[in-house]
Ligand binder design. Structure first.
Ligand code: 5GP
Length: 191
């Protein structure tokens, strides 16, 4: 999606450790007009899928997911990161290692909000190694629901997450795919 690529080129900052900072429009301040264009594009890409719910993970996926959901006219559920070891039986759980924070979270979704009849589109801001998306898929599978696909704003194609998911037969649509980025020169090359 050219609009998103242009914005990343203009405002993205490449940090050591293969991290792209896009705080000016996505991860801290949010450009809702841009999110709306992204929502339109996801709706076009997944037009043939019977999506009845969107699933994301807190915190940075929530803003995008909400705007995308308006285009599908469906609710958004966000998986919650929890410190609690006393997880009761009312939730589905998985473990997700955070790429940016380098720690592992227990992640939960209430059984009230996902069930076997759901056809779910996963939305997230970034795809790197795929831990977050794989965790969300595990939650959906625990509920016996269907994964319709995965919509990602920025895929870092130099990391294995996208390839691993597509190799499992999961439909992944990313609006911008980065092939390489250099924290010395700041250069970002898109696929
Ligand atoms: P993964 O689980 O695929 O390894 O990483 C994806 C998650 O880590 C996303 O939910 C996102 O919040 C965060 N993340 C991974 N790489 C980046 C990055 O380069 N920049 C930002 N801002 N977040 C990232």
């Amino acid at each position: 999606m050219k609009l998103l690529e242009d914005r990343i080129r203009k405002e993205g900052v490449v940090k050591p450790g293969n991290v792209l900072k896009v705080d000016g429009f996505l991860n801290h301040q949010m450009d809702v007009g841009l999110f709306n264009e992204m929502g339109k594009e996801f709706k076009r890409l997944f037009a043939d899928c019977p999506v009845n719910k969107i699933l994301t993970i807190e915190a940075s996926g929530i803003g995008i997911a909400c705007i995308v959901a308006q285009h599908f006219n469906v609710p958004v559920v966000f998986a919650k990161k929890t410190q609690s070891i006393n997880i009761d039986g009312d939730v589905y759980t998985c473990k997700i290692e955070s790429y940016t924070h380098k720690r592992t979270y227990d992640v939960i979704v209430s059984k009230k909000y996902i069930n076997k009849d759901d056809h779910i589109l996963i939305i997230d801001d970034f795809l790197a190694n795929g831990c977050a998306v794989n965790g969300l898929i595990e939650l959906i599978q625990s509920a016996g629901a269907t994964v319709e696909g995965v919509g990602i704003a920025v895929e870092k194609g130099q990391q294995p997450g996208g390839k691993l998911l597509r190799n499992q037969g999961i439909r992944v649509e990313s609006l911008a795919i980065i092939d390489s980025m250099d924290d010395q020169t700041g250069e970002i090359i898109f696929r």
